[in-house]
Design a protein around this ligand. Structure first.
Ligand code: AMP
Ligand code: MG
Length: 529
């Protein structure tokens, strides 16, 4: 393809409809100074330009949705725009105002301390996409921090959010990863060793960036009119399919938020994703995975594992507790919304719906992961027993489930799983019980009406071959920091089709190597980003 000289490239003509800043009250002050902002849901603030924007990677799928072409994405104008050095016509930059419960405690006003919204694109199909630059400089909500983000955490967010999308997990997305050419100083392990690291900006994209914390903040201040305005706005813009009015409409909305949250968490549990910081300011009202910080992927199956070293003591956000934490977070949201309801009944029934919806989703997951036409009660117990064996045997979650479709039902053996064990002694100890489990599973599967080809297709569509394992991301980071982006690009490409066996890319599907077990970035991550 012949490329036009970049200086002649026109900017893309995106259609903006900036409802959030148009329809919701904003902060009358136009300055960056850190402060409490009352009575307003956003503050106008422009990204702070950076020294040398350079496009490191971008998502072809996301760019296509927005109608952005490759030439522009790779042009200096594209990098400058997506680093925050210039605004396109129609963009209106702002930071939004929210609060949140962090690690179980009310934290007061938080807000977009380093994320700057650029506006809402309406694409050719009529879908709304908010654009947001993460790491674009200080805002009135930056508190004591610098408004910037380092390359390692930005690359992790960029890679994982796009991978999650392709894995079928509800998520915010990422358009681009741009290097700023400026150092950012971070104390990666909060151990008194701050060091400069390369900085970056991610352009993330979602139909809405409204979080539970956006509702909690006005509620905490007793500002019921602002709370009501935001609820009405959110229903109209982000849940336009809901009909009715008043409390009935708000009840349907809350119930849908509960359902969506349940579905999202069930997907996390299906693929082995640990969010790591499920504070209420990191919970999307649309049930999208948001704020990729010290997240991680299970290698050896362990419900007690969390990648977040900041949460090491209590492990509040460990893998196995995510369904309960989401429920607790919805309880905080319900509490915030309670001034808009006559009594507790409607909100309580929404919360009950979470429990039901989670159970329904989990049953669907069990049936799909095991390749069964339905999940019976006995299959729930079967899965529970399997989880115990996976933990006891220190077995790789992704490899085990993917290989389960290769079990010879006529002669079950451990042979398909040999690449999934992390510890020989634990393998030998669990082998008899695991073989028993495989035999009863094989009998159950043979009894199921699902034809064998359908079973494999169902399992392969639910049990990914590839997930962006922590060590894979860390290898891509190490190389990117040394100027080599080839691994990131290769990983992004593989993660576009995570359910397909991709000959030649077996290396991305292997279990975590020993060197990565206790390495920073691979198994231990802090909130420092
Ligand atoms: P997080 O733990 O990333 O969800 O962030 C919690 C809060 O801290 C949010 O209000 C963020 O905007 C803010 N924050 C995190 N890192 C920074 C930073 N480098 N500069 C400014 N604010 C930040
Ligand atoms: Mg956050």
């Amino acid at each position: 393809m012949r490329r036009r000289p970049q200086s002649m490239l026109p900017d893309p003509s995106l259609r903006f409809d900036n409802a959030f800043v148009r329809d919701l009250p904003g902060d009358p002050l136009r300055e960056r100074r850190v402060r409490q902002v009352e009575g307003a849901l956003w503050s106008a603030v422009e990204p702070e330009p950076v020294a040398a924007p350079r496009m490191l990677a971008w998502s072809a799928g996301m760019a296509a949705e927005l109608g952005l072409d490759a030439d522009w994405m790779e042009s200096p104008a594209g990098a400058a725009t997506l680093a925050g050095n210039r605004l396109l016509p129609g963009m209106q930059a702002f930071a939004s105002n929210y609060g949140g419960h962090q690690f179980g405690h009310w934290a007061g006003q938080l807000g977009d301390g380093r994320a700057i919204g650029l506006g809402e694109v309406v694409d050719a199909a009529g879908h709304r996409w908010e654009l947001q630059l993460k790491g674009a400089g200080p805002t009135p909500y930056s508190r004591t921090a610098d408004g910037r983000a380092v390359l390692r955490s930005s690359l992790r967010e960029f890679l994982c959010s796009e991978a999650m999308h392709h894995l079928g997990v509800p998520t915010t997305r990422a358009l681009s990863l741009v290097a700023t050419g400026e150092p950012v100083v971070r104390d990666m392990f909060y151990d008194g060793h701050p060091a400069p690291e390369p900085g970056a900006v991610v352009c993330r994209v979602a139909p809405s960036f409204i979080r539970f914390g956006h509702f909690e903040l006005p509620a905490s201040r007793g500002d019921v009119p602002l709370l009501r305005t935001l609820v009405d706005f959110c229903i109209a813009r982000d849940f336009p399919h809901l009909r009715g009015e008043g409390e009935a409409l708000r009840g349907d909305w809350f119930t849908e938020v509960c359902e969506r949250t349940a579905v999202m968490v069930a997907h996390w549990m299906r693929v082995g994703f640990v969010h790591g910081v499920m504070n209420t300011d990191n919970m999307s009202i649309l049930g999208l995975t948001i704020d990729y910080g010290p997240y991680g992927w299970l290698d050896d199956f362990d419900p007690d594992w969390t990648p977040n070293t900041t949460d090491r003591q209590h492990r509040r956000y460990r893998f196995g507790q995510q369904p309960q934490v989401a429920y607790w977070n919805l309880g905080r949201l319900a509490g915030a919304l309670s001034p808009l309801f006559d009594g507790p009944d409607v909100l309580q029934s929404g919360l009950r719906r979470y429990v039901e919806a989670y159970e329904e989703a989990e049953r669907g997951t069990i049936a799909a992961k095991l390749g069964l036409s339905e999940c019976r009660d006995e299959d729930q117990a079967r899965m529970q027993a399997l989880r115990g064996l996976l933990k006891q045997g220190s077995i790789d979650m992704t490899l085990f489930f993917r290989q389960l479709a290769h079990l010879d039902a006529t002669a079950p053996s451990l042979q398909p799983f040999e690449g999934a064990f992390y510890d020989e002694a634990k393998r030998d100890a669990v082998a008899p019980a695991l073989l028993d489990w495989l035999r009863t599973y094989a009998a159950r599967a043979s009894d199921d009406p699902l034809p064998a080809e359908h079973r494999k297709a169902l399992m392969d569509a639910s049990n990914p071959r590839y997930v962006p394992r922590n060590y894979l991301a860390q290898e891509a980071i190490d190389l990117a920091e040394a100027g080599d982006l080839s691994r990131l690009h290769a990983l992004m490409e593989v993660m576009r089709h995570p359910y397909d066996d991709q000959p030649g890319h077996e290396a991305f599907a292997r279990r975590r190597p020993d060197w990565a077990r206790d390495r920073a970035g691979c198994s231990m991550l802090s909130c420092s980003s």
